[in-house]
Design a protein around this ligand. Structure first.
Ligand code: NAD
Length: 423
Protein backbone atom coordinates (compact mmCIF):
# COMPACT_ATOMS: atom_id res chain seq x y z
CA UNK A 1 0.00 0.00 0.00
CA UNK A 2 1.06 3.54 -0.40
CA UNK A 3 -0.16 6.73 1.25
CA UNK A 4 -2.29 9.06 -0.84
CA UNK A 5 -1.19 12.68 -1.01
CA UNK A 6 -3.87 15.17 0.11
CA UNK A 7 -4.55 18.43 -1.68
CA UNK A 8 -1.55 20.69 -1.19
CA UNK A 9 -1.66 23.99 0.72
CA UNK A 10 0.31 25.58 -2.14
CA UNK A 11 -1.50 27.88 -4.59
CA UNK A 12 1.53 28.43 -6.82
CA UNK A 13 4.61 26.31 -7.53
CA UNK A 14 7.11 27.52 -4.89
CA UNK A 15 10.14 26.49 -6.93
CA UNK A 16 8.86 28.52 -9.88
CA UNK A 17 8.41 31.48 -7.51
CA UNK A 18 11.89 31.04 -5.99
CA UNK A 19 13.49 30.97 -9.45
CA UNK A 20 11.51 34.00 -10.62
CA UNK A 21 12.60 35.87 -7.46
CA UNK A 22 16.22 34.94 -8.20
CA UNK A 23 16.04 36.21 -11.79
CA UNK A 24 14.51 39.52 -10.65
CA UNK A 25 17.20 39.98 -8.00
CA UNK A 26 19.89 39.14 -10.57
CA UNK A 27 18.60 41.91 -12.83
CA UNK A 28 18.30 44.48 -10.02
CA UNK A 29 21.82 43.80 -8.72
CA UNK A 30 23.45 43.20 -12.11
CA UNK A 31 24.55 39.62 -11.41
CA UNK A 32 25.89 37.80 -14.52
CA UNK A 33 22.98 35.88 -16.08
CA UNK A 34 25.21 32.81 -16.61
CA UNK A 35 25.70 32.66 -12.86
CA UNK A 36 21.99 33.15 -12.27
CA UNK A 37 21.33 30.16 -14.55
CA UNK A 38 23.68 28.06 -12.39
CA UNK A 39 22.06 29.24 -9.15
CA UNK A 40 18.52 28.67 -10.49
CA UNK A 41 19.10 24.90 -10.41
CA UNK A 42 19.41 22.54 -7.44
CA UNK A 43 22.72 20.65 -7.38
CA UNK A 44 21.18 17.33 -6.39
CA UNK A 45 17.67 15.99 -5.81
CA UNK A 46 17.32 12.57 -4.22
CA UNK A 47 13.92 10.90 -4.12
CA UNK A 48 13.50 7.78 -2.00
CA UNK A 49 10.73 5.41 -1.06
CA UNK A 50 10.39 4.73 2.65
CA UNK A 51 8.59 1.47 3.46
CA UNK A 52 7.40 1.30 7.06
CA UNK A 53 5.85 -1.56 9.07
CA UNK A 54 2.80 -0.06 10.71
CA UNK A 55 1.60 -1.08 14.18
CA UNK A 56 -1.39 -2.93 12.67
CA UNK A 57 0.89 -5.25 10.68
CA UNK A 58 0.42 -3.54 7.30
CA UNK A 59 3.19 -1.84 5.33
CA UNK A 60 2.94 1.77 4.13
CA UNK A 61 5.32 3.22 1.57
CA UNK A 62 6.06 6.92 2.06
CA UNK A 63 7.78 9.29 -0.37
CA UNK A 64 10.95 11.02 0.87
CA UNK A 65 13.24 13.72 -0.53
CA UNK A 66 16.60 15.31 0.17
CA UNK A 67 17.60 18.22 -2.02
CA UNK A 68 20.92 20.09 -2.01
CA UNK A 69 20.68 23.44 -3.74
CA UNK A 70 24.24 24.75 -3.42
CA UNK A 71 27.49 23.96 -1.55
CA UNK A 72 29.78 26.71 -2.85
CA UNK A 73 30.19 28.39 0.56
CA UNK A 74 30.28 25.19 2.64
CA UNK A 75 28.36 22.01 3.44
CA UNK A 76 24.63 22.07 2.77
CA UNK A 77 22.30 22.87 5.67
CA UNK A 78 18.54 22.60 5.91
CA UNK A 79 15.60 21.18 7.78
CA UNK A 80 13.53 18.04 7.39
CA UNK A 81 9.78 18.45 7.04
CA UNK A 82 7.13 15.81 7.70
CA UNK A 83 3.89 17.02 6.15
CA UNK A 84 1.11 15.32 4.16
CA UNK A 85 1.08 18.06 1.50
CA UNK A 86 4.86 18.13 0.91
CA UNK A 87 5.94 18.30 -2.76
CA UNK A 88 9.31 17.90 -4.47
CA UNK A 89 9.21 21.44 -5.83
CA UNK A 90 8.41 22.78 -2.36
CA UNK A 91 11.54 21.02 -1.03
CA UNK A 92 13.60 22.48 -3.90
CA UNK A 93 12.35 26.01 -3.18
CA UNK A 94 13.05 25.61 0.54
CA UNK A 95 16.58 24.34 -0.29
CA UNK A 96 17.26 27.41 -2.45
CA UNK A 97 16.00 29.77 0.28
CA UNK A 98 18.38 28.05 2.73
CA UNK A 99 21.32 28.94 0.46
CA UNK A 100 20.32 32.61 0.54
CA UNK A 101 19.64 32.55 4.29
CA UNK A 102 23.04 31.05 5.17
CA UNK A 103 24.84 33.48 2.85
CA UNK A 104 22.97 36.48 4.28
CA UNK A 105 23.86 35.43 7.84
CA UNK A 106 27.50 34.93 6.79
CA UNK A 107 27.46 31.23 7.75
CA UNK A 108 29.85 28.81 5.98
CA UNK A 109 26.98 26.70 4.62
CA UNK A 110 25.09 26.07 1.42
CA UNK A 111 21.40 25.25 1.25
CA UNK A 112 19.44 21.99 1.47
CA UNK A 113 16.04 20.70 2.55
CA UNK A 114 14.36 17.35 2.90
CA UNK A 115 11.23 15.69 4.05
CA UNK A 116 8.76 12.85 3.95
CA UNK A 117 5.19 13.03 2.68
CA UNK A 118 3.37 11.87 5.83
CA UNK A 119 1.13 13.15 8.59
CA UNK A 120 3.19 12.71 11.77
CA UNK A 121 0.06 13.31 13.89
CA UNK A 122 -1.43 10.10 12.47
CA UNK A 123 1.64 7.97 13.30
CA UNK A 124 2.46 6.33 16.62
CA UNK A 125 5.82 7.12 18.17
CA UNK A 126 7.15 3.68 17.13
CA UNK A 127 5.94 4.21 13.54
CA UNK A 128 7.55 7.66 13.47
CA UNK A 129 10.82 6.18 14.70
CA UNK A 130 10.78 3.39 12.08
CA UNK A 131 9.95 5.91 9.34
CA UNK A 132 12.76 8.25 10.46
CA UNK A 133 15.37 5.48 10.70
CA UNK A 134 14.46 4.07 7.28
CA UNK A 135 14.41 7.55 5.67
CA UNK A 136 17.82 8.30 7.24
CA UNK A 137 19.20 5.03 5.92
CA UNK A 138 17.90 5.81 2.42
CA UNK A 139 19.71 9.19 2.39
CA UNK A 140 22.74 8.11 4.44
CA UNK A 141 25.18 8.61 1.57
CA UNK A 142 23.93 12.15 1.07
CA UNK A 143 24.26 13.49 4.62
CA UNK A 144 27.26 13.97 6.93
CA UNK A 145 28.95 16.73 8.96
CA UNK A 146 31.08 17.85 6.01
CA UNK A 147 28.41 17.28 3.36
CA UNK A 148 24.85 18.04 4.34
CA UNK A 149 23.52 18.61 7.85
CA UNK A 150 19.76 18.25 8.50
CA UNK A 151 17.76 20.04 11.24
CA UNK A 152 14.12 20.20 12.42
CA UNK A 153 11.37 21.84 10.38
CA UNK A 154 7.56 21.54 10.26
CA UNK A 155 6.43 18.22 11.73
CA UNK A 156 9.86 17.20 13.09
CA UNK A 157 11.51 17.92 16.42
CA UNK A 158 14.54 17.12 18.59
CA UNK A 159 13.41 13.50 19.07
CA UNK A 160 13.38 12.97 15.29
CA UNK A 161 16.88 14.53 15.13
CA UNK A 162 18.00 12.11 17.88
CA UNK A 163 16.85 9.12 15.77
CA UNK A 164 18.66 10.52 12.70
CA UNK A 165 21.85 11.03 14.76
CA UNK A 166 21.62 7.51 16.20
CA UNK A 167 20.88 5.82 12.85
CA UNK A 168 23.78 7.59 11.13
CA UNK A 169 26.15 6.92 14.05
CA UNK A 170 25.24 3.22 14.25
CA UNK A 171 25.94 2.86 10.54
CA UNK A 172 29.37 4.50 10.63
CA UNK A 173 30.32 2.83 13.92
CA UNK A 174 30.85 5.89 16.14
CA UNK A 175 28.89 8.93 17.36
CA UNK A 176 28.92 11.77 14.84
CA UNK A 177 27.63 14.86 16.66
CA UNK A 178 27.91 17.12 13.61
CA UNK A 179 25.62 15.09 11.33
CA UNK A 180 22.43 16.80 12.47
CA UNK A 181 21.45 19.85 14.54
CA UNK A 182 18.46 20.51 16.75
CA UNK A 183 19.41 17.45 18.83
CA UNK A 184 18.28 17.09 22.46
CA UNK A 185 20.71 18.53 25.03
CA UNK A 186 21.44 15.04 26.41
CA UNK A 187 23.16 14.02 23.16
CA UNK A 188 25.05 17.13 22.08
CA UNK A 189 22.34 19.66 21.34
CA UNK A 190 23.02 23.33 21.95
CA UNK A 191 21.39 25.31 24.71
CA UNK A 192 19.09 27.88 23.14
CA UNK A 193 18.48 25.91 19.90
CA UNK A 194 14.85 25.08 20.68
CA UNK A 195 13.80 28.74 20.97
CA UNK A 196 16.42 30.11 18.55
CA UNK A 197 14.19 30.71 15.52
CA UNK A 198 11.64 32.55 17.65
CA UNK A 199 14.39 34.55 19.35
CA UNK A 200 15.77 35.62 15.96
CA UNK A 201 12.26 36.72 14.93
CA UNK A 202 12.01 38.70 18.18
CA UNK A 203 15.36 40.47 17.54
CA UNK A 204 14.24 41.40 14.00
CA UNK A 205 10.89 42.83 15.10
CA UNK A 206 12.59 44.75 17.93
CA UNK A 207 15.16 46.27 15.54
CA UNK A 208 12.44 47.20 13.02
CA UNK A 209 10.28 48.76 15.76
CA UNK A 210 13.28 50.79 16.96
CA UNK A 211 13.57 52.27 13.43
CA UNK A 212 10.04 53.61 13.91
CA UNK A 213 10.72 54.79 17.47
CA UNK A 214 8.45 52.08 18.91
CA UNK A 215 8.87 49.41 21.57
CA UNK A 216 7.22 46.09 22.38
CA UNK A 217 4.89 47.42 25.12
CA UNK A 218 3.28 49.74 22.51
CA UNK A 219 2.78 46.92 20.01
CA UNK A 220 -0.08 44.55 19.16
CA UNK A 221 0.93 41.33 17.38
CA UNK A 222 -0.90 38.42 15.74
CA UNK A 223 0.95 35.10 15.37
CA UNK A 224 -0.21 32.37 12.98
CA UNK A 225 1.06 28.89 13.91
CA UNK A 226 1.68 27.57 17.42
CA UNK A 227 4.50 25.08 16.89
CA UNK A 228 8.18 25.43 17.69
CA UNK A 229 8.40 28.93 16.21
CA UNK A 230 4.94 30.41 16.91
CA UNK A 231 4.62 29.14 20.47
CA UNK A 232 8.13 30.19 21.52
CA UNK A 233 7.67 33.57 19.87
CA UNK A 234 4.34 34.22 21.60
CA UNK A 235 6.00 33.40 24.93
CA UNK A 236 8.98 35.70 24.29
CA UNK A 237 6.69 38.51 23.11
CA UNK A 238 4.57 38.35 26.23
CA UNK A 239 7.77 38.38 28.35
CA UNK A 240 8.72 41.60 26.51
CA UNK A 241 5.38 43.16 27.48
CA UNK A 242 3.93 43.11 23.95
CA UNK A 243 0.20 42.57 23.43
CA UNK A 244 -0.47 39.30 21.58
CA UNK A 245 -3.98 39.81 20.16
CA UNK A 246 -4.35 36.62 18.08
CA UNK A 247 -2.85 33.13 17.94
CA UNK A 248 -3.66 30.10 15.80
CA UNK A 249 -2.85 26.48 15.04
CA UNK A 250 -3.98 24.28 12.13
CA UNK A 251 -7.47 23.95 13.61
CA UNK A 252 -8.22 27.69 13.99
CA UNK A 253 -7.46 30.98 15.71
CA UNK A 254 -8.22 32.67 19.04
CA UNK A 255 -8.52 36.44 19.40
CA UNK A 256 -8.57 39.01 22.19
CA UNK A 257 -7.90 42.65 21.20
CA UNK A 258 -6.87 43.42 24.81
CA UNK A 259 -4.19 40.71 24.82
CA UNK A 260 -4.09 36.92 25.23
CA UNK A 261 -2.59 35.24 28.29
CA UNK A 262 0.12 33.28 26.41
CA UNK A 263 1.00 30.97 29.31
CA UNK A 264 -2.68 30.02 29.57
CA UNK A 265 -2.73 29.41 25.80
CA UNK A 266 0.29 27.08 26.05
CA UNK A 267 -1.37 25.16 28.89
CA UNK A 268 -4.72 25.01 27.03
CA UNK A 269 -3.06 23.69 23.86
CA UNK A 270 -1.15 21.06 25.87
CA UNK A 271 -4.33 19.91 27.59
CA UNK A 272 -6.82 20.05 24.68
CA UNK A 273 -4.56 19.67 21.63
CA UNK A 274 -5.97 22.89 20.12
CA UNK A 275 -6.08 26.60 20.96
CA UNK A 276 -9.76 27.15 20.33
CA UNK A 277 -11.97 27.34 23.37
CA UNK A 278 -9.26 29.21 25.34
CA UNK A 279 -11.10 31.13 28.11
CA UNK A 280 -11.02 34.91 27.62
CA UNK A 281 -10.74 34.68 23.81
CA UNK A 282 -13.07 34.40 20.84
CA UNK A 283 -12.66 31.70 18.21
CA UNK A 284 -11.81 32.81 14.66
CA UNK A 285 -10.37 31.27 11.49
CA UNK A 286 -6.80 31.33 10.23
CA UNK A 287 -8.04 33.56 7.38
CA UNK A 288 -9.48 36.03 9.94
CA UNK A 289 -6.14 36.14 11.76
CA UNK A 290 -4.30 37.33 8.65
CA UNK A 291 -6.66 40.30 8.33
CA UNK A 292 -6.93 41.21 12.01
CA UNK A 293 -6.37 44.73 13.35
CA UNK A 294 -2.81 44.73 14.77
CA UNK A 295 0.59 46.39 14.33
CA UNK A 296 2.69 43.35 13.42
CA UNK A 297 1.47 40.19 11.70
CA UNK A 298 3.71 37.13 12.12
CA UNK A 299 2.98 34.14 9.87
CA UNK A 300 4.72 31.19 11.59
CA UNK A 301 3.10 28.18 9.88
CA UNK A 302 3.15 27.38 6.16
CA UNK A 303 3.78 28.99 2.77
CA UNK A 304 1.57 31.32 0.70
CA UNK A 305 -0.91 32.28 3.43
CA UNK A 306 -0.52 35.95 2.40
CA UNK A 307 -1.51 36.18 -1.25
CA UNK A 308 -3.01 38.52 -3.84
CA UNK A 309 -6.51 37.66 -2.54
CA UNK A 310 -6.05 38.86 1.02
CA UNK A 311 -3.10 41.32 0.79
CA UNK A 312 -5.39 44.33 0.25
CA UNK A 313 -7.27 43.52 3.46
CA UNK A 314 -4.25 43.18 5.76
CA UNK A 315 -4.37 45.84 8.46
CA UNK A 316 -0.96 45.30 10.06
CA UNK A 317 1.73 47.80 9.02
CA UNK A 318 4.54 45.33 9.50
CA UNK A 319 4.74 41.64 8.54
CA UNK A 320 7.54 39.53 9.96
CA UNK A 321 7.97 36.23 8.10
CA UNK A 322 8.71 33.63 10.75
CA UNK A 323 7.55 30.93 8.29
CA UNK A 324 9.39 30.25 5.05
CA UNK A 325 7.71 31.66 1.95
CA UNK A 326 4.43 32.84 3.57
CA UNK A 327 3.98 35.77 1.12
CA UNK A 328 3.45 35.26 -2.62
CA UNK A 329 5.12 37.70 -5.08
CA UNK A 330 1.63 38.99 -6.02
CA UNK A 331 0.99 39.89 -2.39
CA UNK A 332 4.47 41.40 -2.08
CA UNK A 333 3.69 43.94 -4.80
CA UNK A 334 0.38 44.93 -3.20
CA UNK A 335 1.95 45.26 0.25
CA UNK A 336 4.84 47.33 -1.10
CA UNK A 337 2.38 49.70 -2.82
CA UNK A 338 0.44 49.99 0.43
CA UNK A 339 3.62 50.79 2.40
CA UNK A 340 3.50 47.67 4.59
CA UNK A 341 7.02 46.78 5.77
CA UNK A 342 7.73 43.09 5.13
CA UNK A 343 10.67 41.55 7.02
CA UNK A 344 11.52 38.62 4.75
CA UNK A 345 11.99 35.03 5.88
CA UNK A 346 15.69 34.88 5.00
CA UNK A 347 16.38 37.53 7.66
CA UNK A 348 13.48 37.04 10.05
CA UNK A 349 13.61 33.29 10.72
CA UNK A 350 17.37 32.75 10.37
CA UNK A 351 17.84 32.39 14.15
CA UNK A 352 17.29 28.63 13.84
CA UNK A 353 20.06 28.05 11.34
CA UNK A 354 22.40 30.44 13.18
CA UNK A 355 22.13 28.42 16.40
CA UNK A 356 22.26 25.22 14.32
CA UNK A 357 25.62 26.53 13.10
CA UNK A 358 26.67 27.08 16.75
CA UNK A 359 25.55 23.52 17.56
CA UNK A 360 27.56 22.11 14.63
CA UNK A 361 30.66 24.07 15.73
CA UNK A 362 30.23 22.92 19.36
CA UNK A 363 29.76 19.33 18.18
CA UNK A 364 32.91 19.38 16.03
CA UNK A 365 34.93 20.86 18.92
CA UNK A 366 33.13 18.82 21.62
CA UNK A 367 33.12 22.04 23.67
CA UNK A 368 29.75 23.48 24.72
CA UNK A 369 28.79 27.09 25.34
CA UNK A 370 26.56 28.76 27.95
CA UNK A 371 23.08 30.01 27.02
CA UNK A 372 23.96 33.71 27.41
CA UNK A 373 26.86 33.21 24.96
CA UNK A 374 24.55 31.53 22.43
CA UNK A 375 21.90 34.27 22.71
CA UNK A 376 24.44 37.13 22.56
CA UNK A 377 26.16 35.68 19.46
CA UNK A 378 22.75 35.04 17.88
CA UNK A 379 21.74 38.66 18.49
CA UNK A 380 25.02 39.90 16.96
CA UNK A 381 24.59 37.89 13.75
CA UNK A 382 20.87 38.50 13.22
CA UNK A 383 20.99 42.23 13.98
CA UNK A 384 24.08 42.71 11.78
CA UNK A 385 22.32 40.95 8.86
CA UNK A 386 19.18 43.02 9.50
CA UNK A 387 21.18 46.29 9.45
CA UNK A 388 23.08 45.27 6.28
CA UNK A 389 19.76 44.50 4.61
CA UNK A 390 18.23 47.76 5.80
CA UNK A 391 21.20 49.73 4.43
CA UNK A 392 20.94 47.94 1.05
CA UNK A 393 17.18 48.62 0.98
CA UNK A 394 17.76 52.36 1.52
CA UNK A 395 20.65 52.50 -0.95
CA UNK A 396 18.90 50.70 -3.81
CA UNK A 397 15.37 51.93 -3.00
CA UNK A 398 14.02 48.36 -2.95
CA UNK A 399 12.02 46.21 -0.57
CA UNK A 400 13.70 44.42 2.36
CA UNK A 401 13.18 41.15 0.47
CA UNK A 402 14.95 42.28 -2.71
CA UNK A 403 17.74 43.79 -0.62
CA UNK A 404 18.19 40.60 1.43
CA UNK A 405 18.15 38.31 -1.61
CA UNK A 406 20.43 40.74 -3.45
CA UNK A 407 23.10 40.62 -0.73
CA UNK A 408 22.83 36.85 -0.42
CA UNK A 409 22.90 36.12 -4.15
CA UNK A 410 25.89 38.44 -4.61
CA UNK A 411 27.79 36.57 -1.89
CA UNK A 412 27.09 33.15 -3.43
CA UNK A 413 27.88 34.51 -6.92
CA UNK A 414 31.19 35.92 -5.67
CA UNK A 415 32.11 32.58 -4.05
CA UNK A 416 31.23 30.76 -7.28
CA UNK A 417 33.32 33.10 -9.41
CA UNK A 418 36.25 32.97 -6.98
CA UNK A 419 36.26 29.17 -6.88
CA UNK A 420 35.75 28.95 -10.65
CA UNK A 421 33.41 26.62 -12.48
CA UNK A 422 34.72 23.04 -12.29
CA UNK A 423 36.39 21.64 -14.39
P1 NAD B 1 5.85 23.05 13.76
O1 NAD B 1 5.48 21.81 13.07
O2 NAD B 1 6.49 22.99 15.09
O3 NAD B 1 4.55 23.98 13.89
C1 NAD B 1 3.75 24.34 12.80
C2 NAD B 1 2.53 25.04 13.35
O4 NAD B 1 1.74 25.50 12.25
C3 NAD B 1 1.62 24.15 14.18
O5 NAD B 1 1.13 24.90 15.28
C4 NAD B 1 0.46 23.84 13.25
O6 NAD B 1 -0.75 23.59 13.94
C5 NAD B 1 0.39 25.13 12.46
N1 NAD B 1 -0.26 24.97 11.17
C6 NAD B 1 -0.17 23.94 10.29
N2 NAD B 1 -0.96 24.18 9.23
C7 NAD B 1 -1.54 25.36 9.45
C8 NAD B 1 -2.45 26.16 8.73
N3 NAD B 1 -2.94 25.75 7.55
N4 NAD B 1 -2.85 27.34 9.28
C9 NAD B 1 -2.35 27.74 10.45
N5 NAD B 1 -1.50 27.05 11.18
C10 NAD B 1 -1.10 25.88 10.69
O7 NAD B 1 6.76 23.88 12.72
P2 NAD B 1 7.81 25.04 13.05
O8 NAD B 1 9.14 24.43 13.22
O9 NAD B 1 7.25 25.95 14.09
O10 NAD B 1 7.86 25.80 11.64
C11 NAD B 1 6.92 26.83 11.30
C12 NAD B 1 7.47 27.64 10.13
O11 NAD B 1 8.74 28.19 10.50
C13 NAD B 1 7.76 26.83 8.85
O12 NAD B 1 7.53 27.65 7.73
C14 NAD B 1 9.22 26.51 8.96
O13 NAD B 1 9.82 26.26 7.68
C15 NAD B 1 9.72 27.81 9.56
N6 NAD B 1 11.02 27.69 10.22
C16 NAD B 1 11.20 26.84 11.26
C17 NAD B 1 12.45 26.76 11.87
C18 NAD B 1 12.71 25.90 13.07
O14 NAD B 1 13.81 26.03 13.64
N7 NAD B 1 11.79 25.06 13.50
C19 NAD B 1 13.50 27.54 11.39
C20 NAD B 1 13.28 28.43 10.32
C21 NAD B 1 12.01 28.48 9.75
Amino acid sequence: MSTTEPATHLRENPYGLARAQLRRVGETFGVDHNLISVLAECKKTVEVSVPVSMDDGTTNVFQGYRVVHNVTRGPAKGGIRYHPGLTRDEVKALAMWMTWKCALMGLPFGGAKGGVVCDPKQLSSRELERLTRRYTTEIINEIGPEKDIPAPDVGTNSQVMAWIFDTYSMNVGHSVLGVVTGKPLAIGGSVGRDGATARGVLYCIRTALQKEGKRFPDTRLAVQGFGNVGRNLARLLSEEGARVVALSDSTGAVVNPYGIDVQAAIAHKAEHGALQGLPGTEDATNEDLIEIECDVLVPAALEQVINADNATRIRAHMICEAANGPTTPGADEILEDRGVLVLPDVVANAGGVVVSYFEWVQGLQEYFWKEYEVNAKLNDIVVRAFEETWTAKERFGTSMRTAAYGLAVQRVAEATTTRGLYP
